[in-house]
Design a protein around this ligand. Structure first.
Ligand SMILES: NC(=O)c1ccc[n+]([C@@H]2O[C@H](COP(=O)([O-])OP(=O)(O)OC[C@H]3O[C@@H](n4cnc5c(N)ncnc54)[C@H](OP(=O)(O)O)[C@@H]3O)[C@@H](O)[C@H]2O)c1
Length: 325
């Protein structure tokens, strides 16, 4: 089969097509004939050598695919050859065939294309587990989503809005801030020209945001604390602004805040399967009823994965970038 592998840690030019044997599914696994594979920011970190795949995972990048089941490993129940599925992977998605754990396969939502389906697992799993499970976002609450036009952000805005939350979102340009509003935010904030702490405070009569989903960290952590409401929950899911933060602990105490975070990839299959169940029950019906939709910015043929990475690194995209096979 054709795969895209990382020749050596470095730039997008290090992504090269290669021929490898089709992998065989082990116990509890399935083989998927891939139609489309989602591109995620962590793939770029992996390409640069900064985010190694967990032990036992394929060294081929790609954490989500959609396609049809081509083979079943031992002890797989509830799935059949030919089933159209989308799956969260621990790696190996940039390929014609990929191995997935059976519990991390979900049916392609009715009415969605394979390209759209491939754009779902990483953002839906991440947003569900962080915004709703960890952040405990409830109807009527105020939420601030950083990186509102990212793959993660476009999903988070829509889900939070459908949940009945009042959504604020940051993005790097005025135009992107308006896109956040089109997706359901009451106010998009251009973080290059506007101060999100000030805007949230003004818009909530000084109360602040109940939940903050943060992909920046660094200096944002203290500003998130300032923008948070009493009993607020701040969930950090990436550190694009740096891993270290200096914070005022007294403000954390006075507001009784929860500062937490998580990553998805190193969790056990059982832990991810529990997230998959939550996604299937809570997010899939919203996709099938078209109340939430994956935002696809661009598609590239698998062999042009390096172009897809170049585009993502410009941050000019809005939503997801998907490889077609
Ligand atoms: N913890 C987890 O489980 C998990 C899982 C998946 C992804 N992630 C993380 O989630 C983030 C989004 O992933 P993705 O695949 O959706 O990537 P993506 O589409 O490339 O999004 C990255 C976004 O970061 C925004 N950004 C950068 N600096 C910012 C700042 N100071 N304030 C607000 N936005 C900022 C960029 O927008 P502008 O150009 O407009 O700034 C861009 O939209 C990545 O950092 C990724 O590592 C975490």
């Amino acid at each position: 089969m054709t795969v895209v592998e990382i020749a050596a840690p470095g730039g997008p030019e290090q992504l090269r097509t290669a021929t490898r044997p089709v992998p065989q599914p082990g116990e509890g696994e399935v083989l998927i004939r891939v139609s489309a594979a989602g591109v995620n920011r962590p793939d770029i970190m992996q390409r640069k050598g900064l985010y190694p795949p967990p032990p036992g995972a394929s060294d081929v990048p790609g954490m989500e695919v959609a396609g049809a089941i081509a083979a079943l490993g031992p002890k797989v129940t509830g799935l059949a050859i030919g089933d159209p599925v989308t799956a969260l992977l621990s790696g190996g998605g940039y390929a014609e065939y990929a191995i997935a754990a059976a519990p991390l396969c979900l049916p392609v939502p009715t009415g969605l294309s394979r390209v759209e389906a491939a754009a779902l697992p990483e953002t839906c799993f991440t947003v569900w587990t962080n915004l709703f499970e960890r952040g405990g976002l409830k109807e009527g609450e105020t939420v601030l989503i950083h990186g509102g036009t990212s793959g993660i952000g476009t999903t988070a805005i829509q889900l939070a809005k459908v949940w009945g939350a009042k959504v604020f979102a940051t993005a790097g340009t005025h135009a992107k801030a308006r896109v956040c509003e089109d997706l359901g935010a009451v106010r998009g904030i251009d973080y290059r020209t506007e101060d999100f702490v000030e805007i949230i405070k003004l818009a909530t009569d000084g109360r602040g945001a109940d939940v903050i989903l943060d992909i920046v960290a660094g200096t944002y952590v203290q500003r998130n604390i300032e923008a948070a409401a009493v009993e607020g929950r701040i969930v950090v899911i990436a550190v694009q602004g740096g891993v270290r933060a200096e914070i005022k602990m007294n403000e954390l105490m006075v507001k009784r805040l929860t500062l937490t975070g998580s990553t998805l990839r190193p969790r056990t299959i059982a832990q991810k399967a529990a997230v998959a169940e939550g996604v299937r029950r809570n997010v899939w019906p919203l996709l099938e009823s078209r109340r939430v939709r994956p935002i696809i910015h661009a598609t590239f043929p698998l062999a042009q994965a390096s172009e897809a990475h170049r585009l993502m690194e410009t941050s000019n995209h809005i939503g997801k970038i998907v490889l077609t096979v």
